[in-house]
Design a protein around this ligand. Structure first.
Ligand SMILES: [Zn+2]
Length: 437
């Protein structure tokens, strides 16, 4: 039986604006005393009117642009109704059928494109805490996070393995950080992941699709990957036992237990119709002018893939280019010595990526020491010795039979060839290394 995972991912990103999405309360809520950053708007008190945060909308559009999306000229906010205590209004202001951005993609290293269905703007919810206080089980609510600008990035179900899922997520994370719209600190919940997984099973009767499962609120790439792998196995086994296939009504939501490394059933999934979306009556629809799109485009920095391609064009191996990109201090060192006639950038990149140079120290000095011995470049020295070895197969054979003192012949020849410029210890080491190859 052929098993193909089908994976789409929703990524929630908290934006780093000064204020919340629809009021003036501070958006930075991490570690603040509960309910100290609230007002009638983000508490949803009757009569309070939301005023959209223009900066947040610009950030949302920037994310869309960086993810190759179409920016819709017309857009609006909608109310998504659901009754849960983390949203005191009884609805969330989100976007339903006219999001700011649609139809983007990102390209994985294999060249595969993962489609992005939409990038929309919404508000975050409050946080529930379940505790035991004075022997009683209680649930407490902190509304500091309620109303923080949240962007949702929805991929198409184009991802077919946990490895691809992880690469997709890392790329999204790098892009979000590069364009400066969010700190995207996963430990602080500023980027949260929700993969939707099912499996296509092919046997002699044709293709069977298992019911969709959405895995909620994952806060690490490794957990996302592990949860996906667990679901693929679980759904395959489940199908073999029950034969139940995907239908319009059997989508479920599961949580991920990172300690037991399993997913667990939370609830059967609401349909869009259950949310009874309708246009937010307190916020007029948006017309996005081309001038704004052009302005935001011009403000975008170079994106991660563009920076990496430029490094590769300098002759740096792609695996090293990625390591350097992931470490801004290393990248700064590469840029600093770009154009220095004594430094070959690919060699410097190799040394930095392999941690053979302390980038906080004397980089140039260490580079010169590592690549040149005396006045002899190590590559040139190896070339000289290899040539002597090739030219003298008889003596090499004697050495390899056990007459190790003939090594002296090669050392002498190499000294002569390099006119005594090479560091003798290094020269000895290289001769022995190459003879023993
Ligand atoms: Zn507020």
């Amino acid at each position: 039986m052929k098993i193909t995972p089908i994976i789409g991912i929703e990524v929630h990103v908290e934006l780093k604006t000064n204020s919340k999405m629809f009021c003036g309360c501070p958006a930075d809520h991490f570690g603040k005393d509960p309910n100290t950053q609230t007002c009638p708007v983000c508490l949803g008190l009757p009569g309070a009117l939301p005023v959209p945060n223009e900066k947040a909308i610009e950030y949302c559009i920037k994310i869309g642009l960086a993810l190759n999306c179409k920016i819709n000229s017309q857009s609006k906010f909608d109310r998504k109704q659901y009754f849960y205590p983390d949203l005191s209004k009884g609805y969330q202001i989100s976007q339903y059928d006219e999001p700011f951005c649609t139809d983007g993609y990102i390209v994985l290293d294999s060249g595969k494109r993962v489609g992005i269905e939409r990038v929309h703007m919404e508000e975050d919810t409050g946080k529930l805490q379940h505790l035991i206080l004075e022997g009683k089980k209680v649930s407490l609510i902190d509304y500091n996070r309620s109303g923080v600008p949240l962007v949702e990035i929805v991929s198409r179900p184009d991802i077919s393995s946990s490895i691809e899922a992880k690469e997709y997520l890392k790329k999204i994370h790098e892009i979000i950080k590069a364009i400066g719209v969010s700190s995207a600190d996963m430990e602080k919940g500023q980027m949260r992941l929700e993969p939707t997984v099912n499996v296509c099973l092919e046997d002699e009767h044709g293709s069977h699709y298992t019911p969709l499962v959405e895995i909620k609120n994952i806060n690490s790439f490794n957990f996302a990957s592990a949860a996906i792998d667990f679901e693929v196995t679980r759904q395959t086994e489940e199908f073999k036992k029950t034969g139940v296939e995907k239908s319009a009504t059997n989508k479920t939501t599961r949580g991920y237990d990172s300690i037991k490394k399993i997913t667990f059933l939370q609830r059967t999934k609401e349909e869009a119709k259950d949310y009874r979306y309708f246009p937010e009556p307190d916020i007029p629809p948006y017309i996005i002018e081309n001038e704004l799109i052009d302005k935001l485009k011009s403000e975008l920095p170079e994106l991660p893939d563009q920076v990496i391609v430029k490094l590769i064009e300098k002759g740096i191996e792609s695996k090293y280019a990625k390591i350097l990109y992931a470490n801004p201090e290393s990248l700064a060192v590469i840029n600093k010595f770009n154009g220095d006639s004594e430094i070959e950038i690919p060699k410097l990149a190799n040394l930095i990526a392999n941690k053979k140079i302390d980038i906080a120290g004397d980089v140039k000095g260490e580079y010169l020491k590592a690549t040149k011995i005396g006045n002899t470049n190590i590559d040139e020295l190896e070339g000289v010795i290899e040539k002597i070895i090739t030219d003298n197969p008889g003596i090499v054979a004697e050495y390899r039979k056990g007459k190790i003192n003939v090594a002296g012949f090669f050392i002498g020849q190499a000294m002569k060839e390099t006119k005594g410029q090479a560091d003798p210890r290094t020269l000895n080491q290289v001769v022995i290394r190459l003879l023993n190859k």
